[in-house]
Design a protein around this ligand. Structure first.
Ligand SMILES: [Fe+2]
Length: 213
């Protein structure tokens, strides 16, 4: 008989989409900052398998809205293989919780003066199980550095789609108005790129390599 020591016992949890949203709303009602919401997200991504079971195995790049109101947005974001998102701001706090794959964030600073250029000031690699808070004024770009899908729950302290905000053009790093419609198109472009790469045998859409399942 195998005796399980406490270290060997993995506690299984369940993830319920509606309960998660309710928990985020309750956390926000108790504290308007990202502090308590981050704890809710951290608890959820501590068991990635439970989220995958509830939301389904990702099969393509996608931006799925789980909840949207004036004060809170909850998104299920599936990054395409090697997908890149331009530098952008949110003008509200955010919490990113990774439940499959990897996400590299580059952090930027607004230019000084009229002709200044956006300046990279830091980076952070996020992995499965991480729940990272982003402050109200953060400007970041996102890279999925792996040749398979990365899946994350993003929670924002406001209406992600309605907020007026900026992104920066990739070649000149000049500021322009953020267009949520264009963001959604980028996910479809990522799916086209992934389909072409799959035809040539250079990438996988599986959220995990088969050998790891
Ligand atoms: Fe963002």
């Amino acid at each position: 008989m195998t005796v399980l020591t406490p270290q060997k016992i993995k506690v299984r949890t369940t993830f319920d989409r509606d309960q998660f949203v309710t928990d985020c709303r309750s956390a926000l009602a108790a504290d308007r900052s990202h502090k308590l919401v981050r704890e809710v997200v951290a608890r959820a991504v501590a068991d990635p398998a439970a989220i995958l079971k509830a939301l389904g195995e990702p099969s393509r790049a996608a931006l799925q809205t789980l909840y949207r109101s004036d004060e809170l947005t909850v998104l299920n974001i599936i990054w395409g293989p090697n997908m890149v998102l331009l530098p952008h701001d949110h003008r509200m706090w955010a919490v990113i919780g990774i439940y499959s794959g990897r996400e590299d964030n580059i952090f930027w600073r607004r230019p000084h003066g009229e002709n200044g250029k956006l300046e990279a000031v830091g980076a952070k690699a996020l992995s499965e199980g991480d729940a990272e808070p982003l402050g109200h004024n953060i400007i970041h770009s996102v890279i999925n550095p792996i040749p398979r899908l990365t899946a994350a729950i993003h929670v924002y302290g406001g209406d992600f789609f309605a907020a007026e905000r900026s992104e920066w053009e990739p070649e000149t790093l000049s500021e322009r108005r953020f267009d949520p419609e264009q963001l959604i198109r980028r996910f479809e472009e990522a799916n086209c790129v992934a389909a072409l790469a799959r035809q040539s045998g250079s990438t996988s859409l599986s959220p995990k390599p088969q050998s790891m399942i």
